[in-house]
Design a protein around this ligand. Structure first.
Ligand code: EPU
Length: 416
């Protein structure tokens, strides 16, 4: 099993290009299964999760070719509407094929995702939404089986603006009979891009980016090409590292997608400047502690909560970090404390008391974003940090050690 070794406390400088967004490309790949021709998706990051999705699409019958960030998907042979347990258990986002395959085939069999590293992550909104569209859903041997002759438009009100459920329902409703209205829909940029992509495929969706999305069903979709939006979470990960270790510029990003983070970074004393597609950050002489509360977009993303906590370990004073999206997403805390951080957790809030410095140690990653926070911890710690189980980080970050090395960090990968 690979591990990442970091000799910390080295300054960062220079610029780094941000990859296409994992959480945008995965639903786009699922949507491509609704077209019967060839789609070309560019700026596809080379990640374990994108590779898992390609494997899943091939099992389903799509012909995929991935080379140098360009993925072509030929949907003409798609004939097996099924997502097996072996893949769903390694990547919950496999569940995104539920809506598109049900719409295309009238039947789909998808393994029910289990819990994840930080607790239960139910899929009830997805299933209730599909039932509203007329699907009959059963659970057989751990698999969700959804059936429907032709889905019917309906009004759906989510209890919480779930990203995945919004994506699944939008895809399922794209070819339903009549109009579907989703209220309390997710407003994330990745959902906007999914809706825009479906419109390029011939669907009739409006309201994306607001809390109400309207989908006027069409008879069928055609394949279309798309370039994936920049990964705002990868961008935020580099910015929090720069906030501690030196002036860096992140390139190929959409700064507007980072508004909630940039406001908070400024509050800590960092200097930020932006252009249309870059953000430059210079650290403060002394970092002021700043509280955050995660929320759905445009709030502060839960996917940057762990990185923010790593940042706050060296702030002046104490901060509170509350996660309202995932109440148990704190598996990085004991590992950061192994580096000398002073963090306590009570319910869904982490209390971070700033310390003078962290000191390197072996640590274990438990999920994608926890791993990112441990890498930041290692970069700021004095001495050597060894981050184990880095397959988690490879799920969501493309060449993370090469990118940090390019900024001057002493970081490398070793195979065990
Ligand atoms: N929820 C339910 N029932 C559902 C669906 C969601 O109760 O049927 C709850 C969840 O338990 C959670 C909240 O609603 O408390 C939000 O979950 P959401 O459905 O929005 O999350 P997701 O679609 O499963 C995506 C990202 C996550 C990111 C969340 C929140 C992808 C592939 N995954 O997950 O990304 O944390 O939205 O923004 O887009 C990551 O990239 O590391 C990651 C975990």
């Amino acid at each position: 099993m690979d591990k990442i070794i970091i000799e910390g406390d080295n300054p960062l400088s220079g610029s780094v290009a941000i990859s296409g967004a994992k959480n945008a490309v995965l639903p786009i790949m699922a949507a491509a299964l609704m077209g019967k021709e060839r789609a070309t998706i560019t700026r596809v990051p080379d990640l374990r999760d994108t590779k898992t999705m390609i494997r899943l699409m091939e099992i389903i019958g799509a012909v995929c070719n991935y080379d140098n960030g360009i993925l072509t998907v030929d949907g003409s042979m798609v004939d097996n509407p099924e997502a097996p347990y072996e893949l769903v258990k390694t990547m919950r986002a496999s569940f995104y094929v539920l809506g598109p395959l049900l719409a295309r085939f009238g039947i789909v069999r998808v393994s029910l995702p289990g819990g994840c590293a930080w607790g239960p992550r139910p899929v009830d909104f997805h299933l209730k939404g599909l039932e509203k569209l007329g699907a009959k859903i059963t659970l057989e041997n751990g698999y969700i089986i959804a059936r429907s002759d032709r889905l019917q438009g309906a009004e759906i009100q989510f209890e919480f603006p779930s990203v995945g459920a919004t994506g699944n329902i939008v895809m399922a409703a794209a070819t339903a009979v009549g109009t579907t209205i989703i209220r309390n829909a997710a407003r994330e940029p990745e959902i906007i891009q999914l809706c825009d992509y479906l419109n390029q495929m011939g669907s009739n969706i409006s309201g994306q980016g607001s809390t109400t999305i309207t989908i006027d069903g069409v008879d069928s979709l055609v394949s279309a090409d798309v370039a994936v939006i920049p990964d705002r979470i990868e961008a935020g990960t580099f910015l929090t590292a720069g906030a501690l270790l030196g002036e860096i510029t992140i390139k190929d990003v959409n700064p507007h997608h980072l508004d909630s983070l940039l406001i908070k970074l400024k509050e800590t004393g960092c200097t930020i400047s932006t252009t249309e597609d870059t953000v430059t950050i210079s650290p403060a002489d002394s970092i002021q502690a700043a509280d955050i509360t995660t929320a759905v977009y445009p709030g502060f993303p839960t996917d940057l909560q762990a990185q923010w906590i790593a940042f706050m370990t060296l702030a002046q004073g104490s901060s509170m970090v509350t996660d309202t999206v995932y109440h148990d997403r704190f598996s990085h805390i004991p590992e950061l404390n192994r580096l000398g951080a002073n963090i306590k957790v009570d319910q869904n809030t982490a209390f971070v008391r700033g310390v003078k410095n962290l000191v390197g140690a072996p640590v274990m990653s438990t999920d994608i974003r926890a791993s990112a926070s441990l890498i930041i911890g290692g970069l700021i710690a004095k001495g050597t940090t060894e981050v184990n189980r880095v397959y988690h980080i490879d799920r969501g970050y493309e060449q993370i050690e090469e990118k940090f090395s390019g900024l001057g960090a002493k970081i490398w990968r070793e195979s065990a």
